[in-house]
Design a protein around this ligand. Structure first.
Ligand code: KG4
Ligand code: ZN
Length: 343
């Protein structure tokens, strides 16, 4: 019998409530995906302020839940299981979602599943492209994470094979945007500015690509500093900053390293499918370069649509559905948020 799974996300600055239907054949259908973002409250600080995010989650949780049920045409009593992001993320922000999920699960007398946010970013792809072939490789690129993950089983076995040693890719976008006087979050305005620029104009460094560097780890803080130094130098010489060229050259450096390492990891481990997800997966150059390089290497590329790539509740509902389908044991109602939950 098909099951309705509710997903709750509150790890950062997005309050997300998603609803999916798990069919008997294991496919998962998206029914509702409602998100309330506090991003505008954080914009003037240039980054997420944890306390502000927690309060915003508290205010948005119930209205977002109501909107999700209304848009799916369902009642809360239709829910068969609830999944919630248990980590990783901001402690106070996670707690709001976990507390709400516990209350809903207790009131509805349905099982509760505390799940991993990072696995959710991968699971969301099944809503758009169907079941994931395994093993597959996931490149997770967001404001908080930059990781290469080997997925044996979306409901269980995911292993990290590389990660950033300093800034996340999205964080680098946000910091470079600040240097260029572009708004926060920096990804979309840099992506837009780069379209008018020359990606070969400035040779910015490709971090962690030396012969002795770890093969599958990333570093973006040197790149961010190189962009800041370049802009300072131009300003000191009284030159006008060629924003489009700087944006395009920076973006090229990020996309080049991300795709080169992901494809090398897939090729070396004989994996035929690459999933790219997280907020930075919405980047036009990253997806174009990944497409080009995956085609050359004979790798199937899956990139969920931008709406599904950024934080949302549907990704948690989708992961919850896979966890339910796999017959995993529910979490106890005493479950707590874990800000450093490993994948
Ligand atoms: O996954 P996400 O919504 O939240 C986190 O879990 O962090 O990712 C947000 C990040 C931000 O750093 C934002 O600048 C970046 O994703 N981003 C982009 C684009 N759209 C969002 N980065 C590059 N290009 C984009 N088009
Ligand atoms: Zn995320």
């Amino acid at each position: 019998m098909p099951k309705i799974i509710m997903g709750i996300e509150s790890s950062c600055d997005e309050t997300g409530v998603g609803l999916v239907r798990l069919h008997d054949d294991g496919t998962v259908e998206l029914l509702a995906d409602e998100v309330a973002s506090s991003v505008e409250l954080h914009a003037r600080y240039g980054g997420v302020v944890p306390e502000v995010a927690s309060r915003a989650h508290l205010e948005a949780m119930v209205p977002t839940t109501r909107r999700a049920f209304a848009s799916a045409g369902l009642e809360m009593s239709d829910v068969d299981a609830i999944a919630v992001t248990a980590g990783p993320g901001l402690a106070g922000a996670l707690l709001v979602g976990v507390s709400a999920a516990k209350a809903y699960a207790a009131a509805l007398d349905v099982p509760l599943y505390g799940v991993n946010h990072l696995a959710g970013h991968i699971a969301v792809d099944t809503l758009q492209h169907g079941p994931l072939p395994t093993p597959c490789l996931a490149l997770l690129v967001s404001g908080g994470h930059t990781q290469l993950l080997r997925v044996e089983d979306i409901a269980g076995k995911i292993t990290e094979i590389g990660s950033t040693v300093d800034d996340a890719a999205g964080e680098a976008y946000d910091k470079v945007a600040r240097v260029l006087d572009l708004p926060y979050p920096g990804g979309p305005p840099i992506d837009k500015a780069a379209k008018e620029g020359d990606p070969g104009a400035i040779a910015f460094p490709r971090g962690m690509t030396g012969p002795r560097d770890p093969k599958f780890d990333f570093s973006f803080s040197g790149l961010k500093t190189a962009v800041a130094r370049w802009v300072e130098g131009a300003e000191a010489r009284g030159e006008e900053i060629p924003v489009a060229d700087v944006a395009a050259s920076f973006q090229e450096a990020v996309a080049d390293v991300l795709t080169a390492k992901a494809i090398r990891a897939a090729t070396e481990s004989g994996i035929g499918t690459l999933v790219i997800s997280g907020g930075v997966a919405a980047n036009s150059r990253l997806s174009a370069l990944a497409k080009e390089r995956c085609e050359e290497a004979g790798i199937e590329l899956r990139v969920p649509r931008p709406r599904l790539c950024t934080d949302n509740g549907a990704m948690i509902a989708a992961l919850g559905a896979h966890v339910v389908a796999a017959g995993c044991a529910p979490s106890p109602l005493t479950i707590s948020a874990n800000p450093a939950l490993p994948v």
